[in-house]
Design a protein around this ligand. Sequence first.
Ligand SMILES: Cc1cc2nc3c(=O)[nH]c(=O)nc-3n(C[C@H](O)[C@H](O)[C@H](O)COP(=O)(O)OP(=O)(O)OC[C@H]3O[C@@H](n4cnc5c(N)ncnc54)[C@H](O)[C@@H]3O)c2cc1C
Length: 619
Amino acid sequence: MFNKYNVIVVGAGHAGCEAAAAAANLGSSTLLITMNMGVIAQMSCNPAIGGVAKGQIVREIDAIGGYTGIIADKSTIQFRMLNKSKGPAMWSPRTQNDRMRFAEEWRLQLEAIPNLDMWQDTVKEVIVENGRAKGVITSLGIRIESDAVILTNGTFLNGIIHIGEKKFGGGRTGEKSATGLTEQLVSLGFESGRMKTGTPPRIDGRSLNYTLMEEQWGDEEKSRFSYTDVAMPTEQRCCWITYTNDKVHEVLKTGFEKSPMFTGRIKGLGPRYCPSIEDKINRFAERERHQIFVEPEGFQTVEIYVNGFSTSLPEDVQQKALRLIPGFENAKMYRPGYAIEYDYFPPMQLDLTLETLKVKNLFFAGQINGTTGYEEAAAQGLIAGINAHQKINDLHELIMKRSESYIGVLIDDLVTKGTEEPYRMFTSRAEHRLLLRQDNADIRLSPIGHKLGLISDERLRKVEEKISNSDKLVEHMKQLSVSPESINDILTRENSSPITQKARMFNMLTRPQINIYHLAEADTDFKQILDQYDKESVEQAEIKVKYDSYFEKEIEIVNKMKKMEDKEINPNFDYSSLTSLSIEAREKLLKVKPRTLGQASRISGVSPSDISVLMVHMS
Ligand SMILES: Cc1cc2nc3c(=O)[nH]c(=O)nc-3n(C[C@H](O)[C@H](O)[C@H](O)COP(=O)(O)OP(=O)(O)OC[C@H]3O[C@@H](n4cnc5c(N)ncnc54)[C@H](O)[C@@H]3O)c2cc1C
């Protein structure tokens, strides 16, 4: 460790790892400081990556040149493409992961990056001079200077862990909380808030009776997050499903009077969509049972994650209730579930680059910004790492658009609207989700990664090849026809009405029951053509044919909104002098400092008439 770096990243969680890797890969000398180098990239809660909307984010990270997808692929114990029966905008890759291997692969990845140093210590203070971040001071009293600082402290800032009536300081179970930093940032004028989250108990898998549970295997045809050819484990491990019942609920209720949630000892708001089991039985009292996913923590370990049973009830109540779940009669607990409260910084204090508005060259990424989830954290880390490097080298900043990525939606939502409860990504948050699919993240974003220097020429060439291959295939389908004799049996089998005369393959493929392989089955010449192309190009061609008209309409909408989205506002614009704006709009615009008219229009409290005033004034 030296005493001067270009970029210092604080915290080696999902955000910190991506941030440090990006800054170093772009050429900045980077120091990653973390409290405990034994727990780099720890999956604090479930050993899984991706899922609905989150899987799309991971593919976007990969397309720009981040590592979360690669690391997830290397540690996959089970892969599933969720929502395959719906349209492609909903297809969402998700993996179960080997928790220890995930962390190890990240560590090895970081160690392989030149320009990247690591240091185990706790950062107590950010050095700020003339409104600019200049480095950090650690708990060992060491002063390390830098041109930019990225804070990715996760759930550690003044973290308090709750189990029943017991509470103690901690950033995660078994780890200390980080103190001092919030107070310093508040003294600099930052606003902070409090949030909470929770996690289920972990069990010794040898004590479970799996014959009483339903098996759940991953997809037979395994896919991957990364667009690179990273080697994946060949085996997969089974997960199981079981259910709670009345008896489990009755036992859990006996702990309610000691529950830190119900007695009001926890003040922070928790993630609405990951409720604890006590919350579920309290809020949905009419439900007789709740689903429990029994998930292995890795290939070799016997430890089991009890997904759906997050709780902060007393540990003896947790143990008693668990043993009433089918298959858990003899369950031995390794670690109790717990809740954690921590500080976050409302993200309206950030620019779209994730630099803070108050202190220049200081960036925040991850759970510190009020988000929840590894994927959301990793995406912010990547963007903060890129922008820190770009800023200190006077290079163009990277602002992701809502119309081009979920990452753009995430950051724009945070910065423009703020969040009072842990923010997680959903497909419904993206107005252009038809365009933001997992299958085309490489097409959308690899040029950005390549321009920055994070994606190689070879990778970009592969993306260009995928585009041209899929175009060629679509062209073939426009030219080629199938006869009633060759396809009618297949149509009848697939419950699609037979044809009476020759039809273009392109038109046949627009039928919902028909896929591209049915066309190959009907026509051996087309099969030979199809065999020459890789799976991703074939899938892309099929999606293009089936959904092109929807995509075109969506692109039209994006283009219509482009005028507003591209209309830049001077960051020093004096809203206070524009008295025709409502008072609320003036206050909010001054606080957020929107970059564009489009961003201004999304700020809550800024009405369409305020936008008209701005438009008139700007023109
Ligand atoms: C109990 C619990 C339950 C959770 N449940 C869910 C859930 O159900 N669903 C979900 O999506 N997400 C859940 N999460 C959240 C998920 O773990 C986080 O969203 C994700 O890990 C955030 O990544 P991050 O990089 O921002 O922070 P973290 O992964 O928390 O990493 C922060 C890192 O910073 C380091 N650090 C902190 N302060 C300092 C300092 N001052 N100096 C040096 N190093 C420091 C820490 O050691 C750690 O390595 C849960 C988290 C916890 C703790």
